[in-house]
Structures are given as structure tokens and as C-alpha cells.
Ligand binder design. Structure first.
Ligand code: DAH
Length: 379
């Protein structure tokens, strides 16, 4: 039986001879492989870490070689390793007939055959199923409630101009109402006229204007989207969050339509037993404006949960859920609508806040820091 010889000389001729002998042995031994057991023994003889032929040539040829032959020897050892691996792997194929393997013996096609073969006995690769993000899921739910009422969906840019985010929504330049929205401005816009300066939209309301510019009444739209404000992150604030806006403009739309629509939407979202309530508020683009509250669907409006104070409603039994109002006639002037002929209502709500309430999450940051262990609970 062949054993790796110690080399007396490292001359090219001596190396050629030794390599030739080794490869001839590889070929003969490979041909003798008849079944899986043979193959395992063959593999171990050549490739076992401890005392396999490859390990031996490493020790007896490469390590023992004088400095000036190391490169040459190293290269040959690498070639031998590649060939041995190829032959050993080639013999492993079970379905190919021995004659076919023999005839292909040292050919690359054997290797290709090996790698392309599908071994259905191997364990599968687990591909974890993705799930909708809880905030996106909530947004889809809200949108679908309004879709069922005949609303369509509009979207607009996240980087917005001062004009659409403020001016056309009846926030005049320098008006204190702008201070209610801690705005993130894009740098180096000072050379532009104020209305063209860019900012990250602070709400989805600018899409009301963009839609009314391109469509005539009747309008029934909802606008889901991302907004930004200069709020430091904490359990209830995030500089990036989500809103859903709504707008209905037509002839003879009244505050009754607003109340009926939103009351229906809240029942569809939180269950038919929730009650709604409105209290006066202010937004520059609606007149009158209101805040809508829903009876707390966590404590059922009692302000207490298991005799503990109910946190989400701060024991009041009511939760502020959105801002709304009748579209201010000044806004129609920006979009060439005639306020004597049309009227409408608008509303806007925070999707993240609604998701927090729906799922009983106590920190908004959990939605955005991408921990799969948190997110997969919603799958
Ligand atoms: N854009 C307002 C905000 O982000 C929310 C809002 C209030 C939207 C009243 C409306 C509305 O359309 O009518 O604070």
C-alpha cells in the first residue's frame, strides 16, 4: 500500500516523480471504491485531518522543504489538495454509474454534476415568515374602514415645501400657529423664497392641498403617511411617526356628516360599543375645529382596570384620538374652489398612537428599533 515518502531531494524532477506517483495511487484507489463504506475509507485515508495523505504531504513535503523550494512545493501541495478533493467528492455521487464516473474521472464536469445535484434527503433551509409591522397593519385597517365608505387613497412627498406644509393650510408666514409643529427644516434653503423652502412634512395635511389642486369636488380621500417633528424620542414621542388624514369636500357637507362618519369609523376600529365625543379645538385649516375622544376601550370608560387606575385614559374614561373640523374657507382660496358652493370636513390621526392603544404597547420606540422578538409577536 502506498505511503507518502520522505523526499531526499526537492528538485523539480524529484517532485514531479513524487507527485506523479501520488496521483497514480489516487486514481487506482478511487477506482476501487465500490460502495459507500469504501468511499468513507477512501475519503478518510486521503483527507482525514489526522494522518490523511494530505496531512502527511503537508508535514513530510511542505514543512520539510528547504526555504528556496517552499514556494514550488507549496504550489504543488495545493494542486494535489484540489485534485484529491475533486476526486473524493466525485466518487461520492451515488446515482452516476461507476463506468460514467471512471470515464470522467478527472474532469470538471464531474464536479459540476456533484454541485448541481439536489439531495432531497438534506434538511431544508428554514425561511422565517415575515409579518406586517403593527403600525402598517393598523394603517391598513384604518384605510380599509374608509375605503368601505367610498374613500380613495392619496399620497404625497415626505420632503415638502413651506407652501404646502404651512401657507396653503392657512398658517401665514411668521404666524404663531407654526410653533405648534416643531419642524425639521432642510439646511441651506435661505436663498429661496420662503414658500419654496424644503422641510420634512410635519403632518399629512399638505396632501389635502395637493389633491384639491388636481381634482375637483366631490372629494373623499384618506392619506396615510410618514411625518417628522423635532421631538426627542421617549416612550410616547418619536421624531418619525405616522398619520392618517381624511378629507371630504362636496356640496352641502355639514358637521353632522363629520360626526356620523368619524363615529362610524371608531366603532369599526374599536368595536361597536365605543362612544365618541367632541370638544372644541383649533387648527388653522379648519373652522370650527374639534378634537374627537373615544370612550376608553381598555377600561370600558370606567377609568379603572382591576381596581387600578387605567393608564391609557389617565382615569378619565376618554382617549383623545384625532383632530378634525370643517375645512376653513381660506383654504379653498388656495386651490380655486368656491367656498360659496362647496363645503367639507377634514381629520387627522396618529397611527402609531392608535397602534399603541390597540396592542397595549407601552413604548413607541419598540415600533422602530427593529427588534424581531418584539415584532414577531404580531405575526
Ligand atoms: N394636521 C394636524 C396635526 O398634525 C391634525 C389634523 C387636525 C388634521 C385637524 C386635520 C384636521 O385634517 O382637520 O396636528
Amino acid at each position: 500500500m502506498y505511503s507518502v515518502p520522505k523526499l531526499k531531494s526537492f528538485s523539480e524532477a524529484a517532485l514531479d516523480k513524487a507527485v506523479e506517483k501520488l496521483l497514480a495511487t489516487l486514481k487506482t484507489e478511487s477506482k476501487a471504491v465500490k460502495n459507500e463504506e469504501d468511499w468513507k475509507a477512501f475519503r478518510d485515508r486521503w483527507m482525514a485531518r489526522k494522518n490523511g495523505v494530505l496531512t502527511q504531504i503537508n508535514d513530510l513535503w511542505l514543512k520539510a522543504s528547504p526555504k528556496d523550494s517552499k514556494r514550488d512545493v507549496g504550489q504543488r501541495v495545493n494542486e494535489i489538495k484540489a485534485k484529491v478533493t475533486e476526486v473524493v467528492e466525485g466518487r461520492q455521487i451515488k446515482g452516476i454509474s461507476r463506468a460514467a464516473v471512471d470515464s470522467l474521472e478527472f474532469r470538471d464536469s464531474v464536479r459540476a454534476e456533484v454541485t448541481q445535484r439536489l439531495d432531497i434527503t438534506l434538511p431544508g433551509i428554514r425561511r422565517p415568515l415575515g409579518a406586517e409591522h403593527p403600525v402598517i397593519k393598523t394603517m391598513h385597517e384604518i384605510v380599509s374602514v374608509f375605503r368601505n365608505l367610498g374613500y380613495s387613497v392619496q399620497e404625497g412627498p415626505v420632503i415638502e415645501t413651506d407652501y404646502y406644509n404651512f401657507e396653503a393650510l392657512n398658517f401665514p408666514p411668521n404666524h404663531p400657529a407654526r410653533d405648534t409643529q416643531d419642524t425639521l427644516f432642510i439646511a441651506r434653503q435661505e436663498s429661496k423664497p420662503q414658500r419654496e423652502r424644503l422641510l420634512l412634512r410635519t403632518h399629512t395635511s399638505p396632501v389635502q392641498i395637493r389633491t384639491m389642486e388636481k381634482m375637483k369636488p366631490p372629494i373623499r380621500i384618506v392619506i396615510p403617511g410618514v411625518v417628522h417633528r423635532n421631538d426627542p424620542p421617549d416612550a410616547s414621542h418619536s421624531p418619525m411617526f405616522h398619520q392618517i388624514e381624511g378629507l371630504a369636500v362636496d356640496t352641502n357637507i355639514t358637521f353632522c356628516d363629520l360626526k356620523g362618519t368619524l363615529d362610524h369609523a371608531m366603532k369599526a376600529l374599536f368595536g361597536s360599543s365605543v362612544k365618541t365625543s367632541f370638544r372644541p379645538s383649533f387648527f388653522p385649516f379648519t373652522e370650527p375645529s374639534a378634537e374627537m375622544l373615544v370612550s376608553c376601550f381598555i377600561c370600558g370608560g370606567s377609568g379603572k382596570r382591576n381596581s387600578e387606575p387605567c393608564r391609557p385614559c389617565k382615569q378619565t374614561g376618554w382617549i383623545e384620538i384625532l383632530g378634525c373640523g370643517m375645512v376653513d374657507p381660506n383654504v379653498y382660496a388656495f386651490v380655486d374652489y368656491d367656498p360659496r358652493k362647496v363645503s367639507g370636513f377634514a381629520f387627522g390621526m396618529g397611527a402609531d398612537r392608535i397602534a399603541i392603544l390597540k396592542y397595549g404597547v407601552d413604548d413607541i420606540q419598540l415600533f422602530f428599533n427593529g427588534d424581531v422578538r418584539f415584532l414577531e409577536q404580531f405575526g
